[in-house]
Design a protein around this ligand. Structure first.
Ligand code: HEM
Length: 395
């Protein structure tokens, strides 16, 4: 047993040395969780992570895991039980229905909106001034895009953003639970209004989507899906934009490669996502029965944390993994969007957002640089998301 890596402030500031040490001990390892009362299985190796993402013997059914355990939590059921916390056949049915409506073409349709939003925000920045890129761009843009996708009216977007942000406030359970109720109540009303007056939004389409075998989405399923899309696509993309810009600012030669040829941005996305993965530790999994993972026994009942952030830096898969190399040929093998049946549904949209934001930024901010030394940057206190609290830049 080693001590819990997740509670160590040094881990949140820089996860990669910890991941390297864990991987070197074993790609699948038992570690104590927080208080030390319960152990969890941490999967840090690339092969083991791919295996864990696709292992049908690992469950995502959070309700089944926590059943019978005392809890003082009162998360709204639409937040507590989503597509990400159920197994087949329930998951298969939901995924089939949602992918009918949330297609890559729908993400592509949002490109002009994303571009105009990025230009609007960045266009206001005075040359030579200092801005917090997270507060002004990486934070508000993804939430506006998902609101546009779902059909949330502009006047409600500030409230929606604050509830979604609160859901990620690690540690403050009351605040998280309250935000879950506020967001679910709002979304239930919005679904009602889309039923009454259908429009071209994804939410409106989801109220009508059906499949001969899978049927229709129930009211509860629709609500939890709306909430999941909002939450899953917000903080992750915020972190992705911040991490990508930071990585480029810390690697001026690579940044110059993109400046010289902005058409390369699309091809650089995979390496940026691999290098500093926004979802560092994937969502909750557990082993209902004892199972073998990459040669290591995972005890029955163990929570399993699969770490894309570590797998993507595994030297047994990526040569010289701690180096950012925008020309890396096999970067697309990264696990930043997960793998298997729960692989990110919003990946095409997330890619479009990062690509467009980087393009507009390179175009409008030719002298962009970090406004503070790298070691003064503050990282979010989140196990799941690796993202910056703030990214002060000089234009
Ligand atoms: C760069 C940004 C993003 C990253 C890095 C990311 C990453 C991930 C990862 C790793 C998973 C799998 C989690 C697991 O298996 O434990 C996932 C699932 C998911 N993501 Fe994303 N995501 C991003 C953006 C988005 C966006 C923009 C949306 C929607 C608008 C979205 C919607 C979802 C949904 C619905 C799932 C669950 C899929 C399922 O259970 O079948 N994500 N994402």
């Amino acid at each position: 047993m080693v001590s819990s890596p997740f509670t160590d402030p040094a881990f949140l500031a820089d996860r990669y040395p910890t991941y390297a040490a864990l991987r070197a001990t074993s790609p699948v390892l038992q570690v104590p969780l927080g208080s030390g009362a319960t152990a969890a299985t941490v999967v840090t190796g690339y092969d083991a992570a791919r295996q864990a993402f696709t292992a049908p013997v690992l469950s995502k059914d959070t309700e089944a895991y926590f059943a019978g355990r005392p809890s003082d939590r009162s998360l709204h059921p639409a937040v507590a039980r989503t597509m990400l916390s159920v197994d087949p056949p329930e998951h298969t049915r939901l995924r089939r229905l949602v992918t009918r409506a949330f297609t890559p073409a729908r993400a592509a349709d949002l490109r002009p909106y994303i571009r105009s939003l990025a230009e609007q925000i960045i266009g206001l920045w005075e040359p030579g001034s200092e801005v917090d890129l997270v507060e002004e761009l990486a934070g508000p843009l993804p939430v506006a895009v998902i609101c546009q996708l779902l059909g949330v009216p502009p006047v409600d977007r500030t409230s929606v953003r604050s509830w979604s942000t609160a859901l990620f406030a690690s540690g403050d359970h009351q605040r998280i639970d309250d935000a879950s109720h506020a967001l679910a109540t709002y979304m239930a009303e919005l679904i009602g209004s889309k039923r009454a007056c259908p429009d071209h939004s994804l939410l409106s389409d989801l109220t009508a989507v059906h499949d001969d075998d899978a049927g229709r989405l129930s009211e509860d399923e629709l609500l939890s899906l709306a909430v999941l899309l909002l939450v899953a696509g917000h903080e992750t993309t915020t972190a992705a934009i911040g991490n990508a810009v930071l990585a480029l600012l810390q690697h001026p030669a690579e940044l110059e490669r993109l400046r010289a040829s902005p058409r390369r941005i699309r091809g650089a996305l995979d390496e940026l996502l691999r290098y500093d993965s926004p979802v560092s530790i994937a969502t909750w999994r557990w082993a209902p029965d004892e199972v073998d993972l990459d040669g290591t026994a995972v005890p029955a009942g163990s929570p399993v944390f699969v770490c894309p952030g570590s797998a993507n830096r595994d030297p047994s898969r990526f040569a010289d993994p701690d180096r950012l190399d925008l020309g890396r040929a096999d970067a697309s093998a990264h696990l930043a969007f997960g793998h298997g049946i729960h692989r990110c549904l919003g990946a095409p949209l997330a890619r479009a957002e990062i690509e467009i934001v980087l393009g507009v930024l390179l175009e409008h901010a030719p002298n962009l640089q970090l406004a503070i030394p790298s070691d003064q940057l503050v990282w979010r206190r989140s196990r799941l998301v690796r993202g910056l609290e703030a990214l002060p830049v000089q234009l």
